[in-house]
Ligand binder design. Structure first.
Ligand code: MN
Length: 326
């Protein structure tokens, strides 16, 4: 299944009219720098997705990135319109780590099976992650329920990416954390799979609305705002569900004798403690756009990327204003 999906992605990529764009990029680059004609350059020898990475945005200097000991991200849902690829690309271009955990639902196989959707930006994310592995970042991928087709490869290594069902992480201050996607605890999903699909449909509608609201907001010059994040916090049932989920996961972690647990799945970033067990959720890249990070002293933090971006823009505006004044 995984191989078929990968092949399908490649085919789609090549058929999407990407080549002419890439060629024109190549033409100008080769022509300007070497004075050679483009036809002398063996374009077909170049792997198209690699060029796509460099085409979208100039490469950032890895040394300039904010560095953490560990990064956890999950619920990216590549292959869906809900995936906030722009924000994630910005995150990956500005933040680096020694170890990176991909905590599941990275690729949405459920949705891809129904309707194929794979824009160039989604390839850019895959290639940025693989490039990190090549540069020496340890990458551990724990497939979730939406990318469960990769679970059969648990224990294997692909291009420097280790695939695991569950992982154990030791923090700089010596705490042992269990890392898993988290659908294992979702009683609703196990008992009534159809209910999860109904929830999925409602979620898709909400995400569509979220996209629309934010398109309007960005046209008005307003920052990104999460509709369902607000909706979730307003709806009592959802709040109850989330807190029950957090307790169930923490109790299971206590049973395994670890100091804490890191998961994703419910798209709600959180740092909490239940009966002496730390509960961390790295959130998602559909609505909240959050990551969990470990500092070099073992301190944990949730990064809310839309806010980080807004802060950066503000600082840039301030610098520009100072320059104008001077
Ligand atoms: Mn999930």
């Amino acid at each position: 299944m995984g191989v078929r999906l990968a092949r399908l992605m490649m085919t789609q990529h090549q058929a999407s009219g990407h080549r002419p764009e890439l060629r024109s990029y190549e033409d100008s680059a080769v022509g300007n720098q070497n004075g050679k004609s483009a036809s002398a350059f063996p374009l077909s020898a170049i792997h198209a997705p690699v060029r796509a990475v460099e085409r979208v945005r100039p490469l950032h200097d890895p040394d300039q990135r904010r560095k953490y000991r560990t990064i956890w991200i999950s619920d990216i849902h590549l292959g869906t319109k809900g995936c906030n690829a722009e924000l994630l690309i910005d995150f990956l271009d500005n933040v680096d780590s020694e170890t990176m955990y991909l905590v599941g639902d990275i690729i949405d196989g459920w949705r891809l099976r129904k309707k194929f959707y794979w824009p160039a930006a989604h390839n850019d994310i895959v290639w940025r992650i693989l490039k990190r592995a090549r540069r020496g970042t340890r990458i551990i991928y724990i497939p979730g329920n939406h990318d469960e087709m990769f679970r059969q490869f648990s224990g294997l290594n692909f291009g420097g990416v280790e695939i695991r069902r569950t992982a154990f992480h030791t923090t700089a201050d010596g705490r042992r954390l269990m890392v898993l996607h988290g659908d294992e605890f979702d009683a609703v999903m196990l008992a009534h799979r159809w209910l999860a699909y109904v929830g999925d449909a409602a979620y898709t509608i909400l995400m569509g609305l979220n996209r629309y609201v934010n398109a309007v907001r960005s046209r008005l010059g307003l920052s990104y705002w999460s509709l369902s994040k607000m909706a979730k916090h307003k709806v009592k049932n959802a709040v109850e569900f989330i807190s029950r989920y957090e307790e169930v996961v923490s109790r299971a972690a206590a049973g395994r004798g670890v100091d804490g647990v890191v998961c994703g799945h419910i798209h709600t970033a959180e740092m909490a403690e239940f009966n002496g067990v730390a509960y961390y959720n790295d959130g998602d890249w559909v609505e909240g756009c959050t990551a969990l990070v470990e500092h070099f002293d073992g301190r944990m933090e949730v990064l809310h990327w839309p806010e980080e971006m807004a802060r950066r823009e503000e600082a840039r505006d301030r610098r520009a204003a100072i320059q104008v004044a001077a």
